[in-house]
Ligand binder design. Structure first.
Ligand code: NAP
Length: 222
């Protein structure tokens, strides 16, 4: 039997980059998928869903939601909670700025912080809050939670929370737009991150990597 057959996976940020690679990897393992991305990229998301189906996803539907829109995120969370989700992969995320001279606490525009916090932190937290209670009943997974607190709270309920820190990943929206220098660090591929996700499912049900930190072995691109 495939690793994820019979499992319902909710994956955010699925239209490109790391999310698109994870979608294919979990599809190959027989999961049913709900893929989410920003409404601006509905077409990209649909293409990703078609690819996931051709990779072997049992079912694949798409939802376009702006994670900066709190009401829309809550609606998604409620809908997914009522349908039931076994695995949550909180992957969507943005940079405050793609320009090196605008990054850091004393640079850039603080007005951008609201959007960054909503997309990168508050939307994932809403999803975990809505979905975790049913996962507790079933003993399933929440990936990339609000860190240690979700890990500690949920592990007693047989829910595994893993924080995957992907390092520098090439072939993504981040890497294409950003001029932030990562010279000398090298990049890994979105597929490397997808394989790290699958690794979590290959462990026995009683084992969980609290955190996976990925790095490139040598400088250069993947
Ligand atoms: N690439 C790296 O080196 C790197 C390093 C460390 C951490 N990460 C993290 O890895 C995750 C994936 O990054 P990536 O490199 O694959 O970036 P990416 O190619 O830019 O993909 C980002 C994904 O997030 C979605 N997203 C962005 N804003 C959204 C919003 N307001 N509402 C809903 N969805 C939104 C995008 O959807 P649309 O396409 O529809 O906009 C896209 O699917 C992010 O959380 C990022 O912080 C990446």
């Amino acid at each position: 039997m495939s690793l994820l057959s019979g499992k319902k996976v909710l994956l955010t940020g699925a239209s490109r980059g790391i999310g698109a690679a994870i979608a294919c990897a979990v599809a190959k393992e027989g999961a049913s998928l709900t893929l989410v991305a920003h409404p601006h990229h509905e077409q990209d998301l649909k293409q990703c869903a078609d690819k996931a189906k051709s990779c072997g996803a049992k079912d694949c539907n798409t939802q376009c939601v702006d994670f900066a829109d709190t009401a829309a995120v809550q609606k998604l969370a409620d809908q997914c909670a009522s349908q039931g989700v076994d695995v949550l992969i909180n992957n969507a995320g943005i940079l405050g700025s793609h320009k090196a001279e605008e990054t850091g606490p004393l640079k850039g525009n603080p007005d951008d912080w609201d959007r960054v916090m909503k997309v990168n932190a508050l939307a994932p937290m809403r999803l975990i809050r809505a979905l975790a209670p049913k996962m507790c009943d079933n003993g399933e997974y929440a990936l990339r939670g609000f860190g240690l607190s979700a890990y500690e709270t949920l592990r007693g309920h047989n829910v595994r929370v893993v924080d995957i820190a992907p390092g520098n990943v090439g072939q993504t929206g981040f890497s294409e737009k950003s001029d932030i220098q990562t010279a000398g660090q090298g990049t890994i591929s979105p597929d490397d991150v997808a394989q790290a996700v699958l690794f979590c499912f290959r462990l026995s049900k009683n084992a969980v990597p609290e955190e996976i930190v990925l790095k490139a072995v040598k400088p250069g691109s993947s």
